[in-house]
Design a binder for this molecule. Sequence first.
Ligand code: F6P
Length: 530
Amino acid sequence: MTLASWKKVEAEFERLHARKLQDTAKRANLEAFIWKAPHLEADVAKQLIDEGVTSAMQAVAEERGLKAKIADLFAGKIVNSSENRPALHWALRGNYHGIATTEAMAKEAEKAAAFAVKAARGGLGFPVKTILHVGIGGSDLGPRLIYDALRDYSSTGPEIRFAANVDPEDFAEATAGVDPKTTLVLVVSKSFKTPETASNAQLARDWLVKHLGEADANNHLAAVSSAPDKAKAWGAAEDRIFPMDESVGGRYSVWSSVGLSLQIALGADVWQRFLNGAAEMDAHFRDTPLASNTPARLAMMDVFLHTAADIPSRTVLAYAHRLRKLPDFLQQLEMESNGKNASDGPGGLVGDTAPIVWGSVGTLGQHSFHQLLHQGTRQTSIEFVAALSAGAGDKARGRALLSNAFAQAEGLLGGRSEAAAEKELLSKGIAADKAQAQAHHMDMPGGRNSTTILLDDLSPESVGALIALYEHRTFAAGILWGINPFDQWGVELGKILAEQLDKAIAGADAGQRDPSTLRLVDRARIKFKS
Ligand code: F6P
C-alpha cells in the first residue's frame, strides 16, 4: 500500500469507532449530511461518518486524482485501461460534444429511435403487442428494472417479456400465452456469443418458425449487438440490427439500443425524459466540486465503510415496488465493476474492494431478513431508496410505505435497550420474572448505520438520475479503490469451464479436475450423456 492519505482514514475510523453511532448521528449541522443532486437527495446523517472522515476521504480522492479521472471520463479518454477503451455510456444521454465516436453513436441512436416509432405504430408489417427481450446481465437487468419502474407511463405500448436464463423454463415462461404473430423478438447481446442468449435466440427463432413458418419468422426478429455479422447469421435483417459501441459496457448500457424494447414500449417522450434525468446527473457529477459532488461523496463514503471500517456488505432496500429490481441491477453494476483484486495504476489497493451488494423491496424484507439487520451479530451498511411520491396517489398507503422505511432506519440506529423492553412489558402487566427473562431477547443494540436516498418522485427524470447516480458512484469508488471499474475478466473462467464440462457431461474425457467436479459430471452423465 503506497497511498499516503490512507493512514489518516484509518485513524479517523479508530476515532469514530470508539464513539456510539447514536452520538455521532446527533448532528449539530444536519444539512451537511444531506447530499443533494438533481431529483434526489442522499441523507447520510445516520451513517458512520463525520467531518473528519469526509475530509480524510477528500484527501484520498485528491491523491487518487479523482477530479482528473472524472474529466477524463467526460473527455472520452481511455479510462478502461485493460481493454484500452473510453467509457462512453454518459454520452448516450446527450451530453457529448465533439467526440467523434459519440457523434456516431448519436446517429445510431436516431436510427434505433426511428425503428422504435415504426414498430410501435405497426409499421413492421404486424402489430407489436409483445416484445420478447432476449439477453442476460447488462443486456437484461437495466431494461427489466426500467420497464418495471416506468411502465405505468405508457398505457398503449406493447408488453415486454424477458428471457435470460439458459434453463428453457425461463423461455417457456416468457412465451406462455404470447401470440407469435404479434411478437417482436429482440435479441440483445453485445458479443452475440453469450451462451445463454445464443440458446434463447435459437429457441425464439424456432418458436417463430414453428408458428409462422420460415418465410415469415425473420420479419419478427431484431437485434442489438457489437457483432452485426453474428446477428445477421441468426436471421435478423441488416436494417434491424442496431449496433452497440464497444466503449459502452454492458452494465452501463441501458441508455443505448439495449433499451430499444423500452423505447418501443414506453414511447419516445418517456424515453427522452429518462435520458434527460440522467444527463442532469452527468452535469452534476462532471461540474460540481468534489466537496459537494453527491456521487463522488457517496463513493468516498462507500470506500470508508467497506474498506476502512471493513463492513462487508451493503443492503439495498427499495421502498418502492416499482424499483423492486434495483438490488439485482446494482449487484451487477457494483460487483461486476468493482469486485476486483487487481490494482490499476499507482497507489495499489488499500484493502478490500467492493462490498457484497444484496437486498430486496420494502416492506417485504421486514418480514424476512430484517431480524438479522436489527439483532444479528453481523454488520452491513443499509441503503433505503424511497420516493416522496410513494403510494402512486394513494396517500394513506404511500404514507405507510414511507413511515415503514423511516421507522426501520430509526430503529436500526436507536435500537431499544433491555431495560426499556422490560419497562414496556411490565407496563403491559407481565409478571416481573417473565418480563426480565423476555426482555433479554428483546434487546436491540442499535448503532446500525444506514443511508436514505430520497427521490422527489418516480418520474422518468428521477429514475434516470438515480441510475446515473449509481453509475457515477460506482466509477468514482473504483478509482478510489485503485481498480478499473470497466472490465470484467473474472467472469471469463466460468464460461470456459462450462463449455468444457458440457462436453464432458455429453461423454468426452473430463480431463484432470478436482474429485468433486468429476463426481458431479458422472452423476449428470446418467441423464445427459449423448
Ligand atoms: O458474463 C458477463 C457479461 O459479459 C456481462 O458483462 C454482460 O453484461 C453480459 O455478460 C452479457 O453479455 P452480452 O451482451 O455480450 O451477451
